[in-house]
Design a protein around this ligand. Structure first.
Ligand SMILES: Nc1ncnc2c1ncn2[C@@H]1O[C@H](COP(=O)(O)OP(=O)(O)OP(=O)(O)O)[C@@H](O)[C@H]1O
Ligand SMILES: [Mg+2]
Length: 573
């Protein structure tokens, strides 16, 4: 089904019919200034090292003419719909034109600036910028926390045309004079609603205060709640807005959404293992937890279960950047088939072999849900998202899942409606079926593939498992396991409290949940609501301080820098 498109001009008048979308490469090629070499690279089949994109995506076809005309833009379009290229391409064109006219000198500073909420997304967009920029001789550098500053500074000194950055590190570089932003003419906030969330906004302001006023500004996201629109007005003046989807929380119809109702943690685990047991050859699974601790525990447990024969990695804010990078690289390459993640991996990441996303813990709001499940079903791929719900107390989550499924024109299972209505339902977690969607064919096909995997793949990977285990033995046997014992005894009390009381008492739930979540606040993306809660509790500064200790940036980041980065990452994640 074609995506619904709406466009509003700077005065909020709808102008959808007036935009001549560049929906074919021929139309794009006909535009003066669009470099043929790049279009050929995008269009050409992958065999000859091109991208093989048949047509521009819907968001690209609308964003390109609007940005090319010099207007500011807010682009809201579903996950995996090609927003990155939607802003990069017109940015490149503008940059080349200004360079040619001698209006900018990128030896003095970058002309295109893109800010992202997480380090991994920053690196991904930087890689895209290098890849797409190469055919048109456009260069890029990146700046994000956790990685050595020196290397990043070195590349920035070479005078790249584009800079992709997370706000903490960028502010730091601005303050120490490593980066000069007075050449910026094209600025982008990717994942804009996240960037305008409470933790980032002051840093964004600091950065944008250094950028010349005459720049062109754009913001992109898949979810654009009302609070963000108000905040955005401070940084983007009378933008054109395009919305691809039925409303301000877009959904990707290529993702089959399912749920599992589980009575207990054990049921959740067995449901997850069943899903992983059915994973097709070459298919990866991304598993989201709400806390770093759950994420770590789950990864450990999955690796301990030899019968699965799947290598699991973990990614969250407690790991240093080198470990995070390794985990993501192994997952991207398919070496590790499962990645347990917190919301650090919820936004923007484009890993094409993710076939299944599991919300082991239910995300806290609809926006997070949409971004998390959006890690599958990229571009024209299809994917599956399975969310575990408790058989009681998950009404709110069930409600937004119902809404999201309806928006995606998917049949909503009765059991989900029952959970949403607070009715008592029986579990599905231990059984052999999840509820929702209609891709049983896929299950069967995948299973066939999977048989292969169970036998062959396991053999291949025995060496890997052993080596890898040696590397990580320290973790499992000593400190880490002790930590785990503590967890089993103490924290399980806490979590059983959580499971029980938390659900019974709404008011207390929020307060307590926040206390429990305070050190892991970065995993929480509830934005304005969270701010309101913090304001009420007066706890925000304490929560931030708590983060500085354990997750400080590596040694080469100085104290102050580390703090900035930690804060940035905290919000990032
Ligand atoms: N015109 C196109 N045709 C086909 N695929 C495309 C096209 N443009 C981009 N892609 C591919 O689509 C995938 C998703 O792109 P991208 O990461 O930009 O999505 P996004 O809209 O930013 O998603 P998210 O909201 O998750 O950040 C990438 O693998 C990208 O290479
Ligand atoms: Mg993106």
């Amino acid at each position: 089904m074609a995506d619904k498109v709406r466009v509003w001009d700077a005065r909020d008048q709808e102008i959808t019919g007036e935009v001549d979308a560049w929906d074919t490469w021929e139309k794009v090629k006909a535009v003066k200034g669009f470099p043929g070499g790049l279009i050929a690279f995008l269009q050409t089949s992958t065999d000859s090292e091109g991208c093989g994109f048949e047509t521009p995506t819907t968001v690209q076809s609308f964003a390109w003419p609007i940005l090319q005309s010099g207007k500011d833009l807010v682009g809201v379009a579903k996950t995996g719909s090609g927003k990155t290229l939607a802003f990069l391409l017109p940015g490149f064109i503008k940059l080349r034109k200004l360079k040619k006219q001698g209006e900018i000198d990128t030896a003095r500073g970058p002309a295109l600036l893109c800010m992202t909420p997480t380090r991994e997304l920053c690196y991904q967009i930087f890689s895209d910028t290098e890849k797409f920029g190469k055919p048109v001789q456009i260069t890029a550098a990146c700046a994000y926390g956790g990685a050595p500053k020196r290397d990043q500074e070195w590349k920035i000194k070479e005078g790249p045309d584009c800079l992709i950055a997370t706000p903490g590190r960028l502010n730091d570089f601005c303050e120490n004079g490593a980066v000069n932003l007075d050449q910026v003419r094209f600025a982008v906030l990717d994942e804009a609603d996240r960037m305008l969330d409470m933790g980032f906004e002051p840093q964004i302001k600091q950065i944008l205060d250094r950028v010349p006023w005459e720049k062109q500004m754009s913001m992109f996201t898949a979810t654009w709640p009302r609070e963000c629109r108000e905040l955005a007005k401070k940084y983007i003046k009378d933008p054109v807005q395009i919305q691809i989807g039925s409303d301000d929380i877009t959904t990707n119809q290529n993702i089959t959404q399912k749920i599992e109702v589980c009575m207990s943690n054990d049921e959740k685990k067995s449901a997850l293992k069943r899903i992983l047991g059915n994973l097709a050859h070459g298919a990866n699974c991304l598993v989201f937890s709400n806390t770093k601790k759950n994420c770590r525990d789950l990864a450990w447990e999955l690796n301990e279960d030899k019968s699965l024969g799947l290598w699991t990695e973990e990614i969250h804010g407690d790991l240093d950047q080198a470990r995070r990078d390794t985990a993501l690289n192994r997952f991207r390459s398919g070496e590790a088939r499962v990645l347990c993640a917190t919301d650090v991996a919820a936004r923007g990441l484009d890993i094409r072999n993710i076939a299944v996303v599991v919300n082991y813990d239910c995300p806290k709001n609809q926006e997070d849900y949409v971004h998390r499940i959006g890690r599958t079903g990229r571009a024209t791929d299809r994917g599956e998202a399975i969310t575990f719900l408790s058989n009681w107390g998950d009404e709110k989550s069930a409600n937004y899942i119902v809404q999201t499924m309806e928006k995606a024109n998917q049949e909503v299972p009765q059991v989900l409606r029952d959970v949403a209505a607070g009715k008592s339902v029986s579990s599905t977690g231990g059984s052999d079926n999840s509820w929702g969607g209609s891709n049983d064919w896929k299950k069967d096909d995948w299973k066939k593939d999977d048989d292969w995997k169970k036998d062959e793949w396991k053999k291949d990977d025995d060496w890997k498992k052993d080596d890898w285990k040696k590397e990580d033995d320290w973790k499992k046997d000593d400190d880490w396991k002790k930590g785990d014992d503590w967890k089993n005894d103490e924290a399980s009390k806490e979590s059983s409290w959580q499971k029980d009381d938390w659900k019974q008492d709404g008011d207390r739930a929020d307060g307590e949940k926040d206390q429990e979540a305070a050190p892991q606040e970065e995993e929480d993306g509830s934005g304005g609501k969270r701010k309101a809660l913090w304001d009420l509790l007066g706890e925000a500064p304490a929560a931030k301080e708590a983060k500085v200790g354990p997750s400080s940036a590596p040694a080469d980041d100085g104290g102050e820098d580390a703090e900035i980065e930690v804060e940035a990452e905290a919000e990032a994640e």
